[in-house]
Design a protein around this ligand. Sequence first.
Ligand code: SAH
Ligand code: SF4
Ligand code: F3S
Length: 485
Amino acid sequence: MKKKIDIEIIDKKQIPQSEPERQYYFMDIAKNYVEQLAAKKGSPLTFHVTTFGCQMNARDSEKLVGILERIGYVETDTEDADFVIYNTCTVRENANNKVYGRLGILQNYKKKNPHMLIGLCGCMMQETVVVEKLKESYRFVDLIFGTHNIYKFAELIVTAMESDSMTIDIWKDTDQIVEDLPVERKYSFKSGVNIMFGCNNFCSYCIVPYVRGRERSRRPEEIIKEIQKLAADGVVEIMLLGQNVNSYGKNLDNPMTFAQLLEEVEKIDGIERIRFMTSHPKDLSDELIEVMARSEKICRHLHLPLQSGSSRILKVMNRRYTKEQYLDLAERIKKAVPGISPTTDIIVGFPGETDEDFEETMDVVRRVGFDSAFTFIYSKRTGTPAAAMEDQVPEAIVKERFDRLLKEVQDISAEVCGRDVRTVQEVLVEEVNDHAPGLMTGRLSNNTVVHFPGDASMIGRLVPVYLQESKGFYYMGHIADKENE
Ligand code: SAH
Ligand code: SF4
Ligand code: F3S
């Protein structure tokens, strides 16, 4: 058989049918191919994974890295590598454009390195128009797969290596969750943990439900087992991940609420901090607020996407809460968890947004006083209900509103972020500060960044830091000693 890369193909007998055994079988075959190629090259093969998009994609990339390392590739920090894979995002148009732009550069690398393999996966690949375009104009890509079959990565690498053309495998949806595959964490001391996949909410602007499929919760036993293993491996902070964690557990055989799951996670020794992302306001229960208020480990931070402050727009967005309900919820949480930092996501320029609607958004921003807000210009996603709506807002108006919102958000966060100044707070030390020698960077429970003198041996530890000065979005501090405690 004619193939792109020069390898001796292994005859496959008795391929296991069950997962994850099947994938481990293919990892062994891929490992053999990687060894053959490395012997020819005279040095180990290298790989690079580039991630676009959200925390869910970042966690998926750690799974890609886990498999690539297991089959013998060595990570490198450049895309001039033997295997490059882009884990893509399609939530806004500019996320897509970035990928097309960078593929041009990869093509140049491939011209110099004929054994190079280029892979594309993630949310963008779930869109038919994207795959058609790639088939048409980006023939040098070797492997394309989607979000539902990422667990098959090892098997797909083998197919791509043995094939002489583009390997494409995209599934429309799945109800499968495959556990126990290799994963390589980016940080030694913190980790994301998927608790659910997909989304059932169909906010009218959003493409995620179409590219990530229906909501599926992982079984609590699997989640707890994974976190216990992480804790045993030195992880102190976990972030529970899902598009709408507040609806966790509804489709389990033995249904359980997100608040109940949090209580189980709280019991795990070694885990000091628990974060979660993302909370949909419509499903945030009183039970969750109570659990947060009682918890010793859940961080004093809540990311609660607002999207718009106008009840009229919220209805068209299919968010299923009103401005008043959002404000009431924010109030109740602040009361129950003193000092909590609320953060949010806001979309500007949704179809039909009037000046009055926008002022409602500004009003909520002022009233809640977010520590930070991710502000996005509405991006039309083909196939979503909002894309077909009339009254798309003219670009100049959107731009003006966006700038005004951003300024307001920044002014408010400069005011509220410093609320803990001149107190001692626990900081999880994350990294050496690249810009200032001798300084370390870490985060408070409420996610605010702190810089302070220290050394790399502190990374991954929780240390008491005196927050000497607030700089708006971050603090300067120093390790607390007896005098200023
Ligand atoms: N599941 C999360 C959001 C995931 S997408 C939630 O419900 O909050 C992250 C953010 O991207 C969203 O909160 C929204 O603010 C933004 N976003 C999603 N679709 C968008 C679009 N079409 N245009 C602009 N921003 C969008
Ligand atoms: Fe998108 Fe809404 Fe689902 Fe979030 S909840 S992923 S915004 S559809
Ligand atoms: Fe993007 Fe997919 Fe996340 S579209 S925001 S990477 S779920």
